[in-house]
Structure formats: structure tokens, C-alpha cells
Design a protein around this ligand. Sequence first.
Ligand code: IMP
Length: 430
Amino acid sequence: MSRRIVVIGSQWGDEGKGKIADMLTGRARHVVRFQGGHNAGHTLVIDGKTTVLRLIPSGILHAGTTSHIGNGVVVSPAALAEERAELEASGVPVSERLRISSACALILPSHVALDGARESGIRQRTLGTTGRGIGPAYEDKVARRGLRIADLFNAQRLGERLESLLDYHNFVLTQYHHLEPVDFEQTRDQLLEHASDIEPLTGDVTDALRHACLADESILFEGAQGALLDVDHGTYPYVTSSNTVAGGASTGTGVGPTYIDSVIGVVKAYTTRVGGGPFPTELDDEFGRYLAENGDEFGAVTGRPRRCGWFDAAALRRSAFNNSLSGLCITKLDVLDGLDTIRVCVGYRVDGHSLDFAPAGADLLARCQPVYEDLPGWHHNTSGVREFEQLPRNAQRYLNRISELVDTPIDIVSTGADRTDAIVLRDPFG
Ligand code: IMP
């Protein structure tokens, strides 16, 4: 039976979606990204070789799978060209496997300049963005003044629309931020240079996916970032600018919600966060450093160190509901190997009240104090284990407790970086 499955990160990103998407991609005829842009960093390790994908879907490494960039993604033509060149240099036939929606909003150099100007923090609160221009590009999309992929293929129209957009961007850059303007002709010429490479890959991704549905072909919707970074449901304003929750798979591809069969929430066995914003279980002690070092917690895109903390079931409950999670995929269990005791946050105390469901937005969450349950750790190496029964008893207990606290069954436990290091308890493709 073919299936249409959404894979999303259920925390603050970096849960290891790339590996899971790649594992499942072998079973999907189509893989589609539906939101975000090259702020994502999906690390895949196949036969010991590491590939980091930022914009292109994880399906690109599989022959026989078509990778799509859906309308909800913001595309930097320069970043796309760079990633494509890297993949082609290692022998991946990108043009045979990749399709891009003509409706994707473009990220321009002026968006990057605006993102950087805001993040310099002189005139505005800093959020710790990836600096890729994601927020400003989505703003222009919603404001209906942005450029789209389709605009690249008509030089005159591109020039006119770009000129008017840059007038506005340059006004903000020079008058508000007191920075240099971005050059119109240089930007236009760069875009036109990329246009001829992009045009043959461009089309109506929604129609391609409609045909896939009609032909009963399997589709994997590949999320980026994490549900707690969702612009509506996350820790606003410390969020990214797109809908990272599973519902974004519909709006960001044009495939209606009832075509989707299930949603897998990828979740780390602990928690990490990059950038600013509240993080109730954050550890600023030897345990935090243990997780950071053992888990190699540095951003795949920016190289920034990630903040680390214990698993937070209250945050996950919210995520499980927001995404209607059908199953969990728990990653990086092996990072906890060697700890005597492992703490799990089961709820919060705030203003004299107990909460078992993380509040939305940053303000109330920032005041929440975690309530912990302590579980016994294990001193065996779990990396590379492929059978649940071969895990140490306490590791099994830990996983079962997480599943119970979040009221969601476990589909997969990832036990290492390689595609094959995993325990599959329930096959999402049935
Ligand atoms: P932006 O997406 O670059 O605007 O960044 C907004 C927030 O989302 C910042 O806190 C980033 O660190 C975070 N963020 C964006 N992309 C990722 C990701 O792929 N993994 C983890 N955090 C991310």
C-alpha cells in the first residue's frame, strides 16, 4: 500500500530529520520540502560519507525518487546553485531528480542584508536567526510584494518587480539601519544567470503530486526546523517565519490534508535549541556539557553551539497535538549512554500552578519551572543496536516512559548516524 507521510521535527529543530527522511525515502516515490529554506541543515551519513543538505530534499540521493521543492519553501537561487554544484560534484544527477515549484518565494541578497541588519541588534531585539534572509523573504511573500521563481523567466518583468522591491529594501537599509544599499543591476544579473539553470526544473509541483496521488505513489513530506519554532504555534517571537507544523505540508505543497496518512514526529532523546528564546529544561552545568560533547551539538548550517537540556514531555505534548503525531522517531539515544540518572520534565510550575502542556509563545514559557522525574540511566553502549530487546533494560524503560508521557507510540529509535543504525518498531510505510 502506498502511503503519504509527513516527517517533522517535534522540538526546536536539529532532531535528526535528515537521517529519518533519508531512511524512509528509499520507500517513497516522491519527497517534498514544504517550508523553510536553506536555514535547514539535514545531515545524512551513508556508508560513512556525510552529506549536509540545506534546501534540496533528502530524497535527492536516491535513484528512482523525485525530490520536489514545494510552494511553501523560500528559495535563494544562489544557495540552490551552490548546493546543486556540491551534489553534482559528488556524482548526484540533480537535474534528473529535482523539481521546483514556480510559486516559491525568492530570497534575495537584500533579504540577507535586512536579516543581518536586524540581528545586529542595534535597533531591534535579536532572535539569533541563521542569517539566511528567511524572515524578510516570508515578510515580502505575505505582503504580496515578493518575487517568485516564475518571475525569473521573464527578464523585463523581473527587472521591473525587482527594482520596485529594492527601492523599498534600500530605503529601509539606508534610512532605518544606516547601511549601504544593495545594487539593483548586480542583483538582477545574478538572478538572470541562475534563471537558465532553474527553468528546466521548474513546474507545477502541486499537479505533479496530484498525479502521484492518482497513481497511488508514496510521498514523503519532509519538514525542516521544528514544531516549537512554528511562527504560529512556537515560542513566538523566537521562532522561524514559516509553519513548521505538519499542517504546513498541505499549504506548502497544495496537497490537501486528507491525502495525508500519518505524521512522524522526530524527537531527540533529550532537547537542544539554537538561537534565542525560552528553554525550560536547559542545562548550564556538567550535564549540559556532557550532552553537547557526546551529541556533537553544533549547528549543521551555522556551526553555532546548541543549547542542551533534558527531555521535555510538556513541550512534546503540545507538539504531539499540534502535529497530530501518529508515531515518534526517537534519535540520539546513545548520547545518554553512561549517565547514572536521566531526568525527564513531566510538567511545569508557574505562578503557583501546575501545567502539563507547554504554553504557546515565549513569555509564559520563560517563567515555567520544570518538574522532573528521575529515571535510572545505563552504562552500556547503545550505538548501532538494531533490536529493541538488545537495548539495556533502563534504556527500554526510558523510551517507554517517553512514549507514555507523550501518549504516542514509538515507530523508530535511531541509534547512530548511519542510515542503517536504527530499531524499527512500526514501519511507517506499513
Ligand atoms: P531563521 O529561520 O533563520 O529566521 O531563524 C529563526 C530561529 O529559528 C533561530 O532561533 C534559528 O536558530 C532557528 N532555526 C532556523 N533553522 C533552524 C534549523 O534548521 N535548526 C534549528 N534551529 C533553526
